[in-house]
Write a protein that binds this ligand. Structure first.
Ligand SMILES: *Cc1c(COP(=O)(O)O)cnc(C)c1O
Length: 456
């Protein structure tokens, strides 16, 4: 047997043992970060080590610092698990070590991106003719979408931003809700648009954009305009009224970008699709794979209704690529030049679940979120949001008590939840985004939370 065989098999075995034990280990455990750093080593050793020894050492050291975010009872932030086929496909992607820059470097990755991109657009209700960049996550997808938006609205005003930059350009307006995700601001900073360009729109009680206020803000100014909408508020799961907001934005000639990192998945189930009705009217969309689709990090999708603009804006041109149309392609849709073939995990997840499986994943997470809310409300907690999707906000009276309960739950280790500030008050925040979470997991976790509440 060749040498690689035992090494790769061993790595897969270690990963499999970890994954198989995810449901049993404490979700997070106290860790001495300094000791962990020391264990990873002080100075870089001068000599080399055998690969198998390196892998054993890595597994032994890292073990103490792993958090079971991929397990069934991690409800913090919006963190998905990883479907088994997707994890295994990622092993293959590592082994194959393909560069997904263009079809010449990896015809397999190019073809898989074409197919998986089509499946994603179909599931999410994005026009079939849109382009799809396989980026690292929601942040990168927002950056790509807003870069194309910047290109187009300035081009329409007679300005070539890729050539001339932003100095001296017509002022850009970015109209976005006060409830926009923090990554929108970071994308605007990175793109040189600056956060001062943001004209804020009020949000309704659940965090969805106030369409009347959007109309007011749009009418109050003029010039090249980008409207950022949201599907899936990180606290409440609320989605903007996309149909009304898109129509309004379009009537002002604006580009519409939708940040739907996890909420766009509502489109994949008939039960929740109405929440994102009208999403097809936008110009660009950001969505995550590593959240609700349950593929390993890092994986997201930048969709654009205008493929030529998408490619023109992000284009990577170099003399050594000249002379063959075949040599451009997916590398023109993402921020990375060289890029690993994260598409294989996406393809595998979609192939494993099928259309019904994706819908079922979305429905199940939403159902479990409602169960969580019901159990906690029964136990005397306050549920602060309408549980329309997979997010639940839980309050326990005053902020200090809520904070103490969050802390006690994290120390207990049955499940993991974080806190958030919503409308000026602290809440425990639950996100159910993992394929492997069961009713029993939710019951056990709700019991642990109520236990902590009884003691605090
Ligand atoms: C998570 C999230 C993002 C950022 O996505 P990453 O994958 O973490 O880069 C952006 N917008 C929303 C609404 C999110 O929930």
């Amino acid at each position: 047997m060749h040498e690689e065989h035992s090494l790769f098999t061993r790595a897969a075995e270690l990963a499999a043992d970890y994954v198989a034990g995810l449901g049993d280990r404490p979700v997070a455990q106290p860790v001495d970060l300094e000791a962990l750093r020391k264990a990873f080593g002080e100075e870089l050793p001068r000599g080399s080590s055998p690969p198998d020894a390196v892998v054993e050492e890595l597994a032994r050291i890292a073990e103490k610092g792993l958090v079971a975010t991929a397990g069934p009872r991690f409800f913090g932030l919006v963190i998905g698990g990883a479907l088994r086929s997707a994890v295994a496909a990622d092993f293959l992607a590592a082994g194959w070590d393909q560069n997904s820059f263009n079809p010449a470097l990896s015809p397999a990755a190019a073809a898989a991106e074409d197919v998986a991109g089509g499946w994603l657009r179909d599931l999410l209700g994005i026009p079939a003719t849109a382009s799809t960049g396989f980026v690292t996550g929601g942040q990168a997808a927002n950056t790509v979408g807003l870069a194309v938006a910047r290109h187009q609205v300035l081009a329409a005003a007679g300005w070539d931003v890729e050539r001339d930059g932003l100095a001296g350009a017509p002022a850009l307006r970015v109209v976005a809700s006060v409830e926009r995700h923090a990554t929108i601001d970071r994308s605007l900073r990175l793109l040189g648009v600056g956060t001062r360009a943001i004209e804020e729109v009020a949000a309704g009680p659940q965090g969805a954009i106030d369409v009347e206020d959007l109309a007011r803000v749009l009418a109050a100014g003029e010039g090249p305009t980008i409207v950022c909408l949201q599907a899936g508020n990180v606290n409440t799961g609320a989605c903007d009224d996309l149909r009304a907001a898109c129509a309004l934005a379009k009537s002002h000639g604006a580009w519409v970008h939708i940040d739907g990192a996890f909420g766009l998945w509502a489109a994949a189930s008939p039960t929740t699709a109405a929440l994102v009705d009208g999403l097809e009217l936008a110009d660009s969309w950001a969505c995550d794979g590593h959240k609700w689709l349950n593929v390993p990090y890092d994986s997201g999708f930048a969709f654009c209704a205008h493929p030529a603009l998408h490619a023109e804006t992000i284009a990577y041109r170099a003399p050594y690529l000249a002379g063959s149309a075949e040599l451009s392609g997916m590398g023109d849709l993402t921020l990375e030049a060289s890029r690993r073939a994260r598409v294989f995990a996406v393809w595998a997840a979609l192939r494993e679940l099928g259309r019904d499986g994706v819908a079922d994943l979305v429905d199940r997470c939403c159902r479990l979120a409602r169960l969580f809310a019901a159990l906690l409300a029964e136990g005397g907690a306050e549920i602060a949001n309408d549980v329309v999707l997979n997010q639940v906000l839980v309050g326990f009276g005053d902020d200090d008590r809520t904070e103490a309960i969050i802390d006690a739950v994290q120390r207990d280790g049955t499940c993991w939840l974080g806190g958030t500030t919503w409308r000026g008050r602290r809440y425990q925040r639950i996100s159910v985004s993992n394929w492997s979470t069961t009713e029993t997991d939710v019951e056990r976790s709700a019991a642990a939370i109520l236990r902590a509440a009884a003691e605090n």
